[in-house]
Write a protein that binds this ligand. Structure first.
Ligand code: MEV
Length: 417
């Protein structure tokens, strides 16, 4: 399909309006300098990324067209292919747990014992929860916990007391509201403990906001029993060696970040939480778990924290993020969370399947060849011609692309190549 056909298909199959389609058609002019200038400081322009659609995703029985904003070739094709294989065994089965974020107030220099300070704070829990909850129209503070943490840095600052607000942020990502709640409760906990509140901030380690996703991939569709065994070696490698685990997980984040960017999420928050969770047993490991089913098919699972929102923040102001959410048709942040998890699992399957069989360079270089053709100056249909030629020759480099382009421009292409 060309761009118009793709947009027509989206109009037919999603809730996109004619205006949304017009925005996509001319997306390079959608986000004005004025928008950028109100969003960040010292703005000088707008940085665009390609936006595409991964297909074939069936999650909990529902079909999704998944928008991805990404600069890397082959990510969208790989996700779509993996989702297609998963589809034949029922697709992805996923679940997002509570929408709970944790806010932390750090108390230091206590004039009384930590135990005593903790008792004073906990005996006023109800008032603190009410005050914090009064800061939001939608979020609810569910609980308050107090922990002691020993400074393990070279500064030997002794014991700190952490007051943690456990907040149900519903469909928001929650950073703004949780930070406000922490700041507004700090003076009371300072008073109750006699200590000084230093940091008041959300934790991006969203362990109370986990998402879980599973899929089964038919052994024949992924290349046979031998490929299944080879993928299990790939998993063993990523589980057991940190150098491989980082690259394996980078592949997972290719999928998650691309959907996160398209839907206006804080992908750095997702990344930070995901990597910490991957190291939860003390060693950094694969974010996914792969095993063989009784039938010999390949089963994959992913579980990770997913702090995302569909109300507030960039998701509700950026025109492209709003369109991406409309394409997905998600009604809640939990529904978006399961899509992100499925995208991560699909991306991982695609990567380790390619790595454990033919290797990734073949497919990757063919797609990368288009970038090289553009870098060499190809335009219009020259891009495809030059890219195919350098990929067939296995000389995907700008110099060779320039040579082919100059032959093309001299109109001697057919004679000389
Ligand atoms: C490249 O962007 C991602 C991979 O390196 C992931 C992996 O090695 O599993 C292919």
């Amino acid at each position: 399909m060309n761009q118009s056909e793709r947009l027509h298909y989206l109009k037919e199959t999603t809730g996109l309006s004619a205006q949304d389609i017009a925005i996509l058609q001319d997306s390079s002019s959608v986000f004005s300098f004025d928008n950028a200038n109100t969003m960040i400081e010292n703005a000088i322009g707008v940085f665009a990324l390609p936006l595409g659609i991964a297909t074939n995703f069936v999650i909990n029985g529902k079909e999704y067209l998944v928008p991805m904003a990404i600069e890397e070739p082959s990510i969208i094709a790989a996700a779509s292919k993996a989702a297609k294989i998963a589809k034949s065994k029922g697709g992805f089965i996923a679940q997002a747990y509570e929408s709970i974020m944790i806010g932390q107030v750090q108390l230091v220099s206590l004039p009384i014992s930590e135990e005593c300070a903790k008792r004073n704070i906990l005996s006023n829990k109800k008032e603190i929860l009410e005050l914090a909850s009064s800061k939001s129209r939608f979020a609810v503070v569910k609980d308050l916990k107090v922990r002691q943490v020993q400074d393990k840095s070279q500064h030997n600052k002794g014991v700190m007391l952490l007051v943690e607000l456990i907040v149900d942020v519903k469909d928001a990502m929650g950073a703004n509201i949780v930070n406000t709640m922490c700041e507004s409760t700090a003076p009371i906990v300072e008073q109750l403990s006699g200590g000084k509140a230093i940091l008041k901030i959300i934790s991006n380690y969203a362990t109370k906001r986990l998402v879980k996703c599973k899929a089964i991939f038919d052994k024949d569709e992924i290349g046979g029993q031998d490929v299944v065994e080879r993928i299990l070696y790939a998993y063993a490698f990523a589980y057991s060696d940190v150098y491989r685990a980082v690259t394996h997980n980078k592949g997972i984040m290719n999928g998650i970040d691309a959907v996160a960017l398209a839907t206006g999420q804080d992908f750095r928050a997702i990344e930070a939480g995901a990597h910490a969770y991957a190291a939860r047993d003390g060693t950094y490991r694969s974010m996914t778990n792969w095993y063989k089913t009784e039938e010999g098919d390949l089963a994959g699972e992913i579980e990770l924290p997913m702090a995302i929102g569909i109300v507030g923040g960039v998701a509700s102001v950026h025109p492209m993020a709003k369109i991406a959410l409309k394409i997905l048709g998600v009604k809640t942040a939990k529904e978006l969370a399961i899509i992100l998890a499925a995208a991560g699992l699909a991306q991982n399957l695609a990567a380790i399947r390619a790595l454990a069989s033919e290797g990734i360079q073949k497919g990757h270089m063919r797609l990368h060849a288009r970038n090289i053709a553009v870098a060499a100056g190809a335009i219009g249909n020259q891009i495809e011609i030059v890219a195919n030629k350098i990929a067939d020759e296995r000389s995907v480099n700008v110099d060779r692309a320039k040579e082919i382009l100059s032959l093309l421009n001299n109109d001697n292409y057919n004679n000389k190549i």
